[in-house]
Design a protein around this ligand. Structure first.
Ligand code: 1PR
Length: 523
């Protein structure tokens, strides 16, 4: 029996699913004495250091947790569950941590995109049971903007490089804690969890300090989901966002089965977009929640869900906030939520006043669940113009002139699945969303969607150069070479595709093998 400390923020469902997949039962802490009664305790922290410590104090868990740790009993901390062990964090000045390990938590000081998000390696400094049966060359999933800085180097278990080299796991007796998420790190992560759950003698992973690790470029499989005319939830695929062929919604498979297939084929992340979510209230759309619940039982890489994340008044007059909608998705197994249409309206209001209200979906969800949990999905379309003069929008010179030979264009944001164009452009939108608290940009292109003509490099460069958060390039992938193109010619950290994977035109493994000679990928 594993005891799990859930303080109610973010996705702990995937930790439970991973432990259950390994054949162990999970008991969730409901009161402080459950902590002291634990045989083995897992603490997966998510969100913000300050709100985590506040909730731990409100629930009266701090004393029991400190006692448990002081007795050196088996403990696995994950992400914020690692940071909680330290004395303080720059994320919440003035808020004390548990102080079990001397040192502090600091924000990344790097030119690179923050959060550090994706698959990176570890360099193991000491032999540890949790790395048995691993080579030490595996990559693990990280998502964080802060990292621990212990005073005593003897507690360092692993280090990882992201601009600077930081401590990515610590160990002190039976207390082990990792900055990476084993429950989201595929087979390697499940091995780490298995080693914690049932420690047994095994081949230790090799100790390799000193050398640098590298963040991999991510390959994301995207499933556009909607009900077809018969009312069945299907994965569909648009051609420039038109998902109908001969009047029928294209049906390319079942969401849960496809997600599982992509996980097994090596996808680094999976994104579900409920493409009619803008017009239906998603909490009524229980099948989408069920898709997440079922997928997260078998898929141990990050899951993102988008579509319909906005404030909503239901037909009975009851108001639901975007935060409530997001919370339901996180509880069902999502690691990140993606906001599309509402982000455009939020930014328009923000640009009109220049003031943050703290009330928008982006601000509210990121303040509770952390910036890394909030993706903004942009659906831009090119608008060609003859000159950059006289436009408030971000205009770029294009090597692909418009229909009348126009040498410039701007990238118009749309809402409602491309049905309505808005005045704001994609670059301005991305910058504003970063200021409001978004942690990642999913950058689609209506012009390229489903065309297999390659990614829109000009669009991706314009946005990636304007923000410091990670950008996922999306739309247009038609071959392995298109992925190489986007990773070598733009600053995108991830590339997303749908059609070529659904139609088995190019398998995910072939994309990664092709990239491996020139780009760091997780093989
Ligand atoms: O506006 O917050 O309700 O969110 C709706 C979400 O659904 C948005 O993220 C929006 O991008 C998406 N969406 C809405 N309508 C469509 C459509 O296709 N008619 N999907 C749609 C479009 C594009 C990608 C696609 C890539 C890669 N999303 O999801 O997977 O273009 O395709 P490819 O590799 O085949 O070229 P809200």
């Amino acid at each position: 029996m594993i005891t799990l400390l859930d303080y109610g923020a973010g996705n702990v469902r995937s930790v439970i699913n991973a432990i259950e997949k390994l054949g162990e039962t999970v008991r969730i802490v409901a009161a402080p004495h459950d902590i002291l009664a634990a045989e083995r305790l897992v603490f997966p922290g998510v969100g913000n250091f300050g709100s985590m410590m506040r909730v731990l104090r409100e629930k009266d868990y701090v004393g029991a947790l400190t006692d448990y740790l002081a007795q050196d009993r088996p403990f696995l901390g994950i992400c914020l569950g690692l940071q909680a062990l330290f004395e303080k964090s720059e994320e919440a000045p003035g808020t004390g941590g548990l102080g079990i390990i001397a040192g502090a938590v600091r924000r990344f000081d790097t030119e690179l995109a923050v959060p550090h998000m994706g698959w990176n390696g570890i360099r193991i400094h000491q032999e540890a049971e949790i790395f048995h049966h691993l080579s030490g060359e595996e990559k693990f999933y990280f998502v964080h903007s802060y990292h621990v800085v212990p005073d005593n180097p003897a507690v360092v278990l692993t280090e990882t490089t992201y601009g600077e080299t930081f401590v990515s796991a610590v160990r002190s007796g039976n207390i082990v804690a990792t900055q990476f998420h084993p429950e989201k790190s595929g087979a390697a992560g499940l091995t780490v969890l298995q080693n914690f759950i049932r420690p047994e003698a095994g081949q230790p992973a090799s100790i390799r300090c000193g050398t640098k690790t590298h963040l991999a470029k991510r390959i994301v499989a995207c499933l556009d989901v909607r009900a077809n005319d018969a009312g069945d939830l299907v994965v569909t695929k648009g051609d420039r966002y038109d998902v109908r062929e001969k009047g029928e919604v294209r049906n390319l498979g079942k969401p849960v089965a496809l997600a599982r297939r992509y996980y097994e084929e090596g996808a680094d992340e999976i994104t579900f977009l409920n493409i009619t979510g803008f017009r239906d209230f998603p909490l009524k759309d229980l099948p989408m929640l069920e898709v997440l619940r079922q997928s997260s039982r078998h898929v141990f890489v990050p899951l993102t869900i988008g579509g319909g994340i906005q404030n909503y008044t239901d037909p009975s007059g009851r108001h639901h906030t975007a935060l409530e909608v997001a919370a339901e998705y996180f509880r069902s197994g999502a690691d990140k939520i993606s906001i599309g249409s509402d982000a455009v309206l939020i930014v328009e209001a923000y640009l009109a006043t220049g003031k943050k209200t703290g009330k928008s979906a982006i601000e509210q969800i990121s303040s509770i669940y952390g910036n890394q949990a909030v993706v903004v999905s942009i659906d831009p379309r090119r608008v060609y113009v003859n000159s950059p003069q006289g436009y408030a929008q971000h205009v770029v010179k294009t090597s692909l002139p418009g229909p009348k030979g126009e040498p410039y264009c701007w990238f118009q944001c749309t809402i409602k699945g491309g049905r309505e164009g808005r005045p704001v452009d994609a670059v301005t939108l991305a910058k504003a969303c970063e200021k409001l608290g978004a942690g990642e940009i999913l950058l689609n292109s209506i012009d390229r969607d489903g065309t297999h003509a390659g990614f829109d490099i000009e669009l991706i460069n314009a946005v990636a150069e304007a923000v410091s958060i990670p950008v996922i390039a999306s739309s247009g992938a038609g071959s392995e070479a298109h992925f190489l193109d986007v990773f070598t010619r733009t600053g995108a950290q991830a590339a997303l595709a749908a059609g070529i994977f659904h139609r088995r035109k190019v398998p995910i493994s072939a994309v990664k093998q092709y990239l491996a000679a020139e780009v760091v990928v997780r093989l």
